[in-house]
Ligand binder design. Structure first.
Ligand code: SF4
Length: 149
């Protein structure tokens, strides 16, 4: 992998950690219903560096790309569909989206979140002018297609 993308991944990991810290006073019941993407129709959108972080996580764990789930849930859910198997490496959107069952302070850290999103965009565009975000399902399909070629 190009050095530039390695740097982008390092910066991305820092941004992801910061996103979690920014939302650390908020919580939810943790049922993973928001990961049932066919139901929510709100898949997280990932910049290329976020997808690369997920791929690196699989590589580190010596795990293959997980298959598409029959229930339309995120492929990174465990077999029972209740736990994220890449939790520590999960994308920005998974760290900053809460449904109506959110708990914690009424004031949401919108400004801080937008500033981090701007950083994430800047990191990616600085690495590749053509970088754009895609849904996690689109990234998954593209990677699966590459593996079968
Ligand atoms: S990456 Fe993890 S937290 Fe994000 S939608 Fe998939 S299973 Fe849920």
């Amino acid at each position: 992998m190009q050095l530039a993308w390695r740097r982008a991944m390092t910066e991305t990991r820092a941004i992801l950690e910061k996103a979690s810290a920014t939302w650390s006073r908020h919580g939810c019941p943790g049922t993973s219903e928001c990961c049932q993407l066919a139901v929510t129709r709100r898949p997280p959108w990932l910049w290329p560096s976020e997808w690369k972080v997920l791929e690196a996580r699989l590589e580190k764990d010596r795990r293959p790309l997980p298959p598409v789930r029959a229930d339309g849930g995120c492929p990174f859910l465990d077999a029972a569909g209740t736990r994220c198997t890449v939790y520590e490496s999960r994308p920005f959107g998974c760290r900053t989206f809460f449904c109506h069952r959110i708990t914690g302070p009424t004031k949401l850290p919108a400004d801080e979140t937008n500033a981090l999103l701007d950083r994430l965009r800047a990191v990616n565009v600085a690495t590749d002018d053509d970088a754009v975000p895609h849904s996690i399902l689109e990234w998954h399909t593209a990677s699966a297609d590459r593996e079968t070629k």
